[in-house]
Design a binder for this molecule. Structure first.
Ligand code: MLC
Ligand code: AMP
Length: 508
């Protein structure tokens, strides 16, 4: 028999040990661990009264105390959380609701009009699908919700219960739903907190989106489950981060954020620079992940604070596999060494370990590796070999066990500002435009975003880039919209008629 959830066990330990201490703050106020626990229990009981069995619950709230309470309410009820974000247009929300077969949609009051648009878009997309029941979040925390059974006992779910479904871009067009269980999240939080010594004395400045592993598992859960407090910024802004940094001990970001912070710093007058420098120097730890940290950015942080950011390598399906050490050598240009508790191989095409200095694909095994792609057994089976998750990243061993990431093996995966984009998903969206005949999306290097997506297309007539941009705004998340559109007479193809993306990339 599977034991009960370590995630829920840890939640109870932390909320009782730190009940009166601040857990989460946002621009509107503050909540203690005790406040969060009380609200989450009320929500869980209301949810279980409405949906007694493992249900799929989408959470649509800004990064805030309410989001934290909503997440734990769904988790304590043993339901599966499907985190949605404000950034996405109704059409993308509708596709997520349909793909995840969401039964309940929990919405913060202010986002209710957006949720209604999403449900209307869902009805157009899949008229035969039963729409989710839409519930306003706030009344469910405030008191026992109407009809909820206040005496309902909350039994901890088992450790293998699915906890979160993350949509992640793949090489097959539509995003896949990666499902992570209670114990996998608990394992990730324990491994990372151990390596970075995250403790109750820490305060994280949280400005990452909560629909991905970095913001939800690596930042939010690692801190929450270790009694650290966190301040939520609704969205990243260099100015707002600098203002809050002085009261924080931890900052976790993607390389684009680090670069923007340094660029903002450089434009300040001397007195602000002095204050900001002091704030940055007061941080215990700055981490970077989700994309390669440019060496220039790492050294600029060092010049400012005498500390290098701690770079680590993670993945939705994996958690964190490699990390530079907290105390030892933080090596610029490397993601560090295998995180204790995880296993990593770098292999050639035949699955044989490569020698140090040789390139190969990273394969990963460990307690935080995900359960599988939702409802897609074939894709899940195809992602593993002998229990090892094949990452799709090319890397090489440096000396002393350090690893360097060299890039993605697939030309169809683009990493822009830390978001993973599928070229095929963007191409499919563009093909829905009546005037687009053929299209190929490729990633090109960019000093701010790491990489950006460029759409090269053949039109049925001349098409303005702005028309395509406006069209895509209704279809996909804004960060998936290519930053450049190039109209051509024809796309380069091989003898089989397939677009040669490597050749195309060289032309841009
Ligand atoms: C925003 N835009 C982007 C973009 N982010 N375009 C391409 N790539 C991106 N990443 C668009 C905006 O919609 C806007 O379009 C224009 O660019 C300028 O926006 P901005 O206001 O300057 O950007 P901002 O909204 O501030 O976003 C920048 C950012 C954001 C860096 C804060 O991209 C971000 O939050 N990135 C983090 C992604 C993340 O958390 N990844 C983790 C995945 S998990 P317009 O049309 O309005 O001009 C993972 C595992 C692991 O990878 O190891 O961590
Ligand atoms: P995601 O699928 O959005 O979780 O993104 C995971 C991917 O981000 C990995 O497969 C890598 O391609 C990339 N990534 C994460 N951390 C790093 C890093 N430190 N350096 C280079 N690439 C990274």
């Amino acid at each position: 028999m599977t034991r009960s959830s370590l995630l829920v066990e840890r939640f109870h330990q932390v909320t009782s040990a730190h009940g009166g201490r601040t857990c989460a703050t946002d621009s509107a106020g503050s909540a203690s661990f005790g406040d969060i626990a009380a609200a989450a229990h009320r929500l869980a009981r209301a949810l279980l009264t409405m949906a007694p069995h493992q249900s799929r619950v989408a959470l649509f709230a800004p990064a805030s105390r309410e989001w934290v309470q909503g997440f734990w309410g769904v988790t304590l009820a043993g339901h599966l959380s499907v985190p949605l974000v404000e950034l996405h247009p109704a059409a993308e929300h509708a596709r997520s609701l349909a793909a995840a077969r969401v039964e309940l949609l929990l919405v913060s009051r202010e986002l209710m009009p957006r949720a209604e648009e999403a449900v209307a878009a869902l009805a157009r997309l899949e008229p035969a699908l039963a729409p989710p029941r839409v519930l306003e979040l706030e009344p469910l925390f405030a008191s026992e919700a109407a009809g909820a059974d206040a005496t309902l006992a909350l039994h901890p779910p088992s450790g293998d219960t699915p906890a979160v479904l993350f949509f992640t871009s793949g090489t097959t067009g539509a995003p896949k739903g990666a499902v992570v269980s209670h114990d996998q999240l608990a394992a990730l939080a324990a491994l990372v907190a151990g390596a970075w010594r995250v403790e109750a004395s820490d305060r994280l400045l949280h400005c990452l989106p909560l629909h991905h592993t970095h913001g939800l598992s690596i930042a939010f859960l690692v801190c929450f489950l270790n009694g650290a407090s966190q301040h939520f910024l609704r969205r990243f802004s260099g100015e707002a981060v600098w203002q809050e940094l002085g009261a924080s001990t931890l900052f976790m970001g993607v390389p684009t954020m680090h670069k923007r912070l340094l660029d903002a710093f450089d434009t300040q007058p001397a007195d602000s620079r002095a204050r900001w420098r002091e704030a940055a120097r007061g941080l215990r730890l700055v981490t970077s992940g989700s994309a390669a940290l440019p060496e220039t950015v790492a050294w600029r942080w060092h010049a400012l604070t005498d500390q290098l950011p701690l770079e680590r390598f993670g993945m939705t399906e994996v958690g964190v596999a490699l990390s530079n050490p907290l105390d030892g050598e933080r090596r610029v240009g490397s993601c560090g060494r295998v995180l204790p508790g995880m296993q990593v191989r770098i292999v050639d095409e035949a699955g044989r370990e490569v020698a140090p200095g040789e390139p190969g694909e990273i394969w990963i095994r460990g307690p935080s590796v995900f359960t599988g792609y939702d409802g897609d057994r074939n894709a899940t089976d195809a992602a593993f070999t002998d229990g090892w998750f094949r990452s799709g990243d090319t890397a090489t061993w440096l000396d002393e066990g350090y690893v360097k990431i060299l890039g993605r093996t697939s030309v169809d995966i683009i990493k822009s500002g830390g978001y993973k984009l599928s070229a095929l998903e963007i191409e499919e969206a563009l093909r829905r435009h009546a005037e687009v005949d053929e299209v190929a999306v490729v990633g090109v290097p960019d000093s701010d975003w790491g990489e950006t997506a460029v759409a090269v297309f053949v039109g049925r007539g001349p098409i303005e880039a702005n028309a395509l941009r406006e069209f895509l705004k209704q279809e996909v998340a804004p960060y998936k919209i290519p930053r450049r559109f190039v109209q051509v007479d024809e796309l380069p193809k091989n003898a089989l008629g397939k677009v040669t993306k490597h050749a195309l990339r060289r032309l841009l």
